[in-house]
Design a protein around this ligand. Structure first.
Ligand SMILES: Nc1ncnc2c1ncn2[C@@H]1O[C@H](COP(=O)(O)OP(=O)(O)O)[C@@H](O)[C@H]1O
Ligand SMILES: O=C(OP(=O)(O)O)[C@H](O)COP(=O)(O)O
Length: 398
């Protein structure tokens, strides 16, 4: 593979896999553009050399092909702004004639944004034929999508093989993310606390076992906690739960105990009678969430419990909000955990926060400058910390 900063892109068409999986509101406005701004230096260097850039990304998890909600067209105007007015064209398809024509007509100094890769199921399947079609669009492959590096998908883990070794490389963001994570991985001061939350339960629950090898404490909040609570026989009402993962949750609790790792669960919740900003709410013990009510945030006792452990930690890894922080009524848990991390950081701990929504939360609270490092990767960062070689990284190096 080549080193990005040594490569002269003059006259080249670089296909750049970015992670533009940014949160959007109901009006399709970007509510946190961290992942887009993080890719700007890579794009600008290619353009400044006299090359052109073909950007490819996924957005969300579309299940049934093209849908307006998940279209990358919603990002075009903001991208033009971030790139100081350069020409950004949009191709309404990521492969085939539309994409090929647009890529072929691209002039040096111009950017082309392709439509959502996940509108094709071949992307997530890591389909070779699909990857080959994507690779036809440009002569250099740059992977700058750290947030998606843990996915063995066509654009992240398969495409690279269609390029000669000197025409594939990591972008500046990927280099910076990996460099930082490696520093922490090999020199993490103890106690090491990992904090997990959010909604991607089945993805991230598997990570917990491997994190037990590295972390002294694992705090579980957010939507992820209820699968554990239910596994312990508690009534969780209509809270988020992955019923197929109940046995696994029990196994993880037993393994943590055997290993002497503290696995800390919330003891209370702010429960709501519907998933809505104007829901009726009550603070309840996690022993007994009333039927029909759902836990949408951790409660005050959980905040105190989590904060105590966080404050005693020297290394803190955080992915996944403690509640539905996008709604004011359910943001206290996430905000309080962020505050505890900021305090520990001020006292000398190293803190790493990652993940699309976690970073959005930290930005919303104005705390991004007060943690040690903000990563664009959530699941990717966690898997990196398990010591795994991520598929998106392995493919470029191969
Ligand atoms: N108790 C909960 N019930 C339902 N959704 C939750 C709960 N707690 C957090 N969430 C949601 O989880 C989402 C973020 O999850 P995830 O994608 O795993 O995090 P990240 O993007 O930081 O990696 C947020 O949109 C948040 O509203
Ligand atoms: O948002 C992402 O990951 P994250 O939720 O771990 O931060 C990445 O864009 C990967 O998305 P995916 O988990 O749908 O594969």
């Amino acid at each position: 593979m080549s080193k990005f900063s040594d490569f002269n892109f003059k006259g080249h068409k670089a296909v750049v896999r970015v992670d533009f999986n940014v949160p959007l509101n109901d009006q399709f406005q970007i509510t946190d553009d961290t992942r887009m701004t993080a890719a700007v230096p890579t794009i600008k260097k290619i353009l400044a050399d006299g090359g052109s850039v073909i950007l490819m990304s996924h957005l969300g998890r579309p299940k049934d092909g093209p849908t307006d909600k998940y279209s990358l067209k919603h990002l075009v105007n903001h991208l033009i702004k971030l790139l100081d007015g350069v020409t950004v064209k949009f191709a309404a398809d990521c492969i085939g004639e539309v994409a090929e024509k647009a890529a072929a007509g691209l002039q040096p100094g111009e950017v082309l944004l392709l439509e959502n890769l996940r509108f094709y199921k071949e992307e997530e399947k890591g389909d070779k034929g699909f990857a080959e079609k994507l690779s036809k669009l440009g002569d250099v492959y740059v992977n700058d999508a750290f947030g998606t590096a843990h996915r063995a998908h066509a654009s992240t883990a398969v495409m690279a093989e269609f390029y000669p070794a000197d025409k594939r490389m990591f972008g500046l963001l990927m280099e910076a993310e990996v460099g930082n994570a490696e520093k922490v991985l090999h020199g993490a001061a103890k106690p090491f606390t990992a904090i997990l939350g959010g909604a991607k339960v089945s993805d991230k629950i598997l990570i917990i076992e491997n994190l037990m090898e590295k972390a002294n404490n694992i705090i579980i909040g957010g939507g992820m906690a209820y699968t554990f609570l239910k596994a312990q026989g508690k009534e969780i009402g209509s809270s988020l739960c992955e019923n197929e993962k109940l046995d696994l949750a029990l196994e993880l609790l037993a393994k943590a105990k055997a290993k002497g790792v503290q696995l800390i669960l919330p003891v209370d919740s702010v429960a709501a009678d519907k998933f809505a900003a104007d829901a009726n709410t009550q603070t309840v013990s996690n022993d007994n969430i009333p039927a029909g009510w759902m836990g949408l945030d951790i409660g005050p006792k959980s905040v105190a419990l989590f904060s105590e452990t966080i404050q005693q930690s020297k290394t803190i890894l955080w992915n996944g909000p403690m509640g539905v922080f996008e709604m004011k009524a359910f943001q206290n848990g996430t905000k309080s955990v962020a505050d505890a991390i900021v305090l520990a950081t001020a006292q000398g701990a190293f803190s790493l926060v990652g993940g699309g929504d976690s970073v959005a939360a930290v930005n919303q609270f104005g705390l991004a400058e007060k943690v040690s490092y903000v990563s664009t990767g959530g699941g990717a960062m966690l898997e990196f910390f398990e010591g795994k070689t991520l598929p998106g990284i392995a493919a470029v190096k191969a």
